[in-house]
Write a protein that binds this ligand. Structure first.
Ligand SMILES: NC(=O)C1=CN([C@@H]2O[C@H](COP(=O)(O)OP(=O)(O)OC[C@H]3O[C@@H](n4cnc5c(N)ncnc54)[C@H](O)[C@@H]3O)[C@@H](O)[C@H]2O)C=CC1
Ligand SMILES: Cc1cc2nc3c(=O)[nH]c(=O)nc-3n(C[C@H](O)[C@H](O)[C@H](O)COP(=O)(O)O)c2cc1C
Length: 170
Protein backbone atom coordinates (compact mmCIF):
# COMPACT_ATOMS: atom_id res chain seq x y z
CA UNK A 1 0.00 0.00 0.00
CA UNK A 2 1.34 3.46 -0.88
CA UNK A 3 1.30 5.57 2.30
CA UNK A 4 0.54 9.27 1.91
CA UNK A 5 1.09 12.10 4.40
CA UNK A 6 -1.05 12.68 7.48
CA UNK A 7 -1.79 16.36 8.14
CA UNK A 8 -3.17 18.45 10.97
CA UNK A 9 -3.77 21.99 9.75
CA UNK A 10 -4.30 25.20 11.65
CA UNK A 11 -4.57 27.54 8.64
CA UNK A 12 -8.26 27.54 7.63
CA UNK A 13 -7.49 27.99 3.91
CA UNK A 14 -5.15 25.01 3.93
CA UNK A 15 -7.68 23.02 5.99
CA UNK A 16 -10.35 23.68 3.35
CA UNK A 17 -8.07 22.62 0.53
CA UNK A 18 -6.95 19.49 2.39
CA UNK A 19 -10.54 18.63 3.23
CA UNK A 20 -11.60 18.96 -0.41
CA UNK A 21 -8.67 16.82 -1.52
CA UNK A 22 -9.70 14.24 1.06
CA UNK A 23 -13.37 14.41 0.03
CA UNK A 24 -12.33 13.90 -3.60
CA UNK A 25 -11.26 10.40 -2.47
CA UNK A 26 -14.77 9.61 -1.17
CA UNK A 27 -16.83 8.13 -4.01
CA UNK A 28 -20.38 9.46 -4.01
CA UNK A 29 -23.58 8.89 -5.95
CA UNK A 30 -24.58 11.84 -8.13
CA UNK A 31 -28.08 13.32 -7.96
CA UNK A 32 -30.01 16.19 -9.49
CA UNK A 33 -32.10 17.91 -6.83
CA UNK A 34 -35.02 19.88 -8.26
CA UNK A 35 -37.77 22.14 -6.97
CA UNK A 36 -40.78 24.03 -8.31
CA UNK A 37 -43.45 26.24 -6.77
CA UNK A 38 -44.18 29.89 -5.96
CA UNK A 39 -40.45 30.70 -5.65
CA UNK A 40 -39.71 29.24 -9.09
CA UNK A 41 -38.14 26.32 -10.89
CA UNK A 42 -34.60 25.30 -9.91
CA UNK A 43 -32.23 22.33 -9.85
CA UNK A 44 -28.62 21.52 -8.97
CA UNK A 45 -26.18 18.60 -9.00
CA UNK A 46 -25.61 17.18 -5.51
CA UNK A 47 -23.46 14.51 -3.91
CA UNK A 48 -24.21 15.60 -0.32
CA UNK A 49 -27.38 13.47 -0.08
CA UNK A 50 -27.86 10.76 2.53
CA UNK A 51 -30.48 8.47 4.05
CA UNK A 52 -31.47 9.44 7.62
CA UNK A 53 -34.26 7.06 8.72
CA UNK A 54 -36.91 4.80 7.17
CA UNK A 55 -39.53 5.83 9.75
CA UNK A 56 -40.74 8.13 8.36
CA UNK A 57 -38.65 7.81 5.18
CA UNK A 58 -36.26 10.75 5.37
CA UNK A 59 -33.26 12.01 3.39
CA UNK A 60 -30.90 14.86 4.09
CA UNK A 61 -29.56 17.23 1.45
CA UNK A 62 -26.77 19.76 2.10
CA UNK A 63 -27.26 22.93 0.07
CA UNK A 64 -24.75 25.78 -0.21
CA UNK A 65 -26.33 28.99 1.06
CA UNK A 66 -24.60 30.90 -1.73
CA UNK A 67 -25.97 28.76 -4.56
CA UNK A 68 -28.31 30.50 -6.99
CA UNK A 69 -30.89 27.75 -6.35
CA UNK A 70 -30.96 28.26 -2.56
CA UNK A 71 -33.91 30.70 -2.33
CA UNK A 72 -36.13 28.63 -4.65
CA UNK A 73 -35.46 25.34 -2.84
CA UNK A 74 -35.92 26.66 0.70
CA UNK A 75 -38.92 28.88 -0.09
CA UNK A 76 -40.80 26.26 -2.13
CA UNK A 77 -40.26 23.81 0.75
CA UNK A 78 -40.32 20.82 -1.62
CA UNK A 79 -37.65 19.02 -3.60
CA UNK A 80 -37.09 15.88 -5.63
CA UNK A 81 -33.84 13.89 -5.39
CA UNK A 82 -33.26 12.29 -8.82
CA UNK A 83 -30.54 9.63 -8.66
CA UNK A 84 -28.48 9.69 -11.88
CA UNK A 85 -27.41 6.82 -14.11
CA UNK A 86 -24.13 6.54 -16.01
CA UNK A 87 -25.93 8.03 -19.04
CA UNK A 88 -26.42 11.36 -17.21
CA UNK A 89 -22.87 12.75 -17.09
CA UNK A 90 -23.61 15.64 -19.46
CA UNK A 91 -26.81 16.48 -17.59
CA UNK A 92 -24.91 16.54 -14.30
CA UNK A 93 -22.35 18.95 -15.79
CA UNK A 94 -25.20 21.28 -16.81
CA UNK A 95 -26.78 21.20 -13.33
CA UNK A 96 -23.42 21.59 -11.57
CA UNK A 97 -22.28 24.67 -13.45
CA UNK A 98 -23.32 28.25 -14.08
CA UNK A 99 -25.90 27.35 -16.75
CA UNK A 100 -29.23 29.30 -16.73
CA UNK A 101 -32.18 27.36 -15.26
CA UNK A 102 -34.17 27.06 -18.52
CA UNK A 103 -31.17 25.58 -20.32
CA UNK A 104 -30.61 23.01 -17.54
CA UNK A 105 -34.19 21.69 -17.73
CA UNK A 106 -34.39 21.82 -21.55
CA UNK A 107 -31.76 19.07 -21.75
CA UNK A 108 -33.99 16.27 -20.36
CA UNK A 109 -37.62 15.09 -19.99
CA UNK A 110 -39.44 15.73 -16.70
CA UNK A 111 -42.71 14.82 -15.02
CA UNK A 112 -44.06 15.28 -11.47
CA UNK A 113 -45.30 13.14 -8.57
CA UNK A 114 -46.87 14.48 -5.35
CA UNK A 115 -45.12 17.79 -4.66
CA UNK A 116 -44.73 19.19 -8.18
CA UNK A 117 -40.92 19.15 -8.05
CA UNK A 118 -39.53 17.95 -11.42
CA UNK A 119 -39.00 14.19 -11.69
CA UNK A 120 -36.31 13.17 -14.20
CA UNK A 121 -37.95 10.67 -16.61
CA UNK A 122 -35.07 8.19 -16.75
CA UNK A 123 -33.61 8.63 -13.24
CA UNK A 124 -32.63 5.37 -11.48
CA UNK A 125 -34.89 6.46 -8.63
CA UNK A 126 -36.64 9.69 -7.67
CA UNK A 127 -37.52 10.68 -4.09
CA UNK A 128 -40.26 13.32 -4.03
CA UNK A 129 -39.92 15.17 -0.72
CA UNK A 130 -41.18 17.90 1.60
CA UNK A 131 -38.53 19.81 3.56
CA UNK A 132 -39.56 19.31 7.22
CA UNK A 133 -36.57 20.87 8.98
CA UNK A 134 -33.55 23.01 8.16
CA UNK A 135 -30.34 22.91 10.24
CA UNK A 136 -27.42 25.34 10.19
CA UNK A 137 -24.31 23.76 8.68
CA UNK A 138 -22.27 26.97 8.33
CA UNK A 139 -21.77 27.57 4.61
CA UNK A 140 -24.47 24.98 3.90
CA UNK A 141 -28.02 24.36 5.11
CA UNK A 142 -28.84 20.77 6.04
CA UNK A 143 -32.32 20.05 4.70
CA UNK A 144 -34.23 17.19 6.32
CA UNK A 145 -36.67 15.92 3.73
CA UNK A 146 -39.60 13.55 4.28
CA UNK A 147 -40.36 11.37 1.28
CA UNK A 148 -43.93 11.66 -0.08
CA UNK A 149 -43.50 9.49 -3.18
CA UNK A 150 -40.88 7.29 -4.83
CA UNK A 151 -40.42 6.28 -8.45
CA UNK A 152 -37.87 3.59 -9.26
CA UNK A 153 -36.62 1.68 -12.26
CA UNK A 154 -34.83 -1.62 -11.84
CA UNK A 155 -32.29 -1.43 -14.70
CA UNK A 156 -29.32 0.86 -15.36
CA UNK A 157 -26.01 1.53 -13.61
CA UNK A 158 -25.37 4.35 -11.17
CA UNK A 159 -23.12 7.38 -11.66
CA UNK A 160 -20.29 8.00 -9.19
CA UNK A 161 -18.22 11.14 -8.63
CA UNK A 162 -14.66 10.24 -7.55
CA UNK A 163 -11.28 12.00 -7.95
CA UNK A 164 -13.12 15.00 -9.47
CA UNK A 165 -14.46 12.89 -12.34
CA UNK A 166 -17.53 10.85 -13.24
CA UNK A 167 -17.40 7.04 -13.32
CA UNK A 168 -19.98 4.32 -13.99
CA UNK A 169 -20.93 2.59 -10.70
CA UNK A 170 -20.75 -0.95 -12.01
N1 LIG B 1 -21.15 19.64 -1.02
C1 LIG B 1 -20.89 20.54 -1.95
O1 LIG B 1 -21.29 21.66 -1.83
C2 LIG B 1 -20.15 20.13 -3.18
C3 LIG B 1 -19.80 21.12 -4.08
N2 LIG B 1 -19.12 20.80 -5.21
C4 LIG B 1 -18.76 21.91 -6.11
O2 LIG B 1 -18.73 21.48 -7.47
C5 LIG B 1 -17.62 22.02 -8.14
C6 LIG B 1 -16.75 20.94 -8.77
O3 LIG B 1 -16.32 20.02 -7.79
P1 LIG B 1 -14.85 19.44 -7.70
O4 LIG B 1 -14.16 19.54 -9.00
O5 LIG B 1 -14.95 18.11 -7.05
O6 LIG B 1 -14.20 20.55 -6.78
P2 LIG B 1 -13.36 20.53 -5.48
O7 LIG B 1 -11.99 20.13 -5.79
O8 LIG B 1 -13.61 21.85 -4.90
O9 LIG B 1 -14.03 19.41 -4.50
C7 LIG B 1 -13.49 18.17 -4.12
C8 LIG B 1 -14.47 17.53 -3.18
O10 LIG B 1 -14.63 18.34 -2.01
C9 LIG B 1 -15.97 18.40 -1.59
N3 LIG B 1 -16.46 19.80 -1.71
C10 LIG B 1 -16.16 20.67 -2.70
N4 LIG B 1 -16.68 21.84 -2.46
C11 LIG B 1 -17.36 21.72 -1.31
C12 LIG B 1 -18.13 22.61 -0.54
N5 LIG B 1 -18.31 23.87 -0.91
N6 LIG B 1 -18.68 22.15 0.60
C13 LIG B 1 -18.49 20.88 1.00
N7 LIG B 1 -17.77 20.00 0.32
C14 LIG B 1 -17.21 20.42 -0.82
C15 LIG B 1 -16.73 17.45 -2.48
O11 LIG B 1 -16.80 16.16 -1.88
C16 LIG B 1 -15.88 17.39 -3.74
O12 LIG B 1 -16.04 16.21 -4.48
C17 LIG B 1 -16.87 22.88 -7.13
O13 LIG B 1 -17.27 24.20 -7.32
C18 LIG B 1 -17.33 22.37 -5.79
O14 LIG B 1 -17.33 23.37 -4.79
C19 LIG B 1 -18.77 19.52 -5.50
C20 LIG B 1 -19.11 18.50 -4.67
C21 LIG B 1 -19.85 18.73 -3.44
C1 LIG C 1 -20.51 16.52 -8.73
C2 LIG C 1 -21.05 17.75 -8.05
C3 LIG C 1 -21.65 17.62 -6.80
C4 LIG C 1 -22.18 18.72 -6.13
N1 LIG C 1 -22.78 18.54 -4.92
C5 LIG C 1 -23.30 19.61 -4.27
C6 LIG C 1 -23.98 19.44 -3.03
O1 LIG C 1 -24.14 18.32 -2.53
N2 LIG C 1 -24.50 20.54 -2.44
C7 LIG C 1 -24.36 21.79 -2.98
O2 LIG C 1 -24.84 22.75 -2.38
N3 LIG C 1 -23.74 21.98 -4.17
C8 LIG C 1 -23.22 20.92 -4.82
N4 LIG C 1 -22.61 21.10 -6.04
C9 LIG C 1 -22.57 22.43 -6.62
C10 LIG C 1 -23.95 22.78 -7.22
O3 LIG C 1 -24.36 21.83 -8.18
C11 LIG C 1 -23.87 24.18 -7.85
O4 LIG C 1 -23.67 25.06 -6.80
C12 LIG C 1 -25.15 24.44 -8.54
O5 LIG C 1 -25.06 23.98 -9.86
C13 LIG C 1 -25.56 25.86 -8.51
O6 LIG C 1 -24.61 26.67 -9.09
P1 LIG C 1 -24.97 28.23 -9.20
O7 LIG C 1 -24.94 28.77 -7.83
O8 LIG C 1 -23.91 28.78 -10.06
O9 LIG C 1 -26.28 28.28 -9.83
C14 LIG C 1 -22.08 20.01 -6.73
C15 LIG C 1 -21.49 20.14 -7.99
C16 LIG C 1 -20.99 19.04 -8.65
C17 LIG C 1 -20.38 19.20 -10.01
Amino acid sequence: MAVEKAVAVADPDIARAEFRNAMARMAAAVNIVTTDGPAGLAGFAATAVCSVTDNPPTLLVCLNRGASVHPAVTQNGVLCVNVLSEAHQDLSRLFGGKTPVAERFAAAAWSALATGAPVLEDALVSFDCRIVRQADGGTHDILLCEVDAIRRRDNGQGLVYFDRAYHPAG
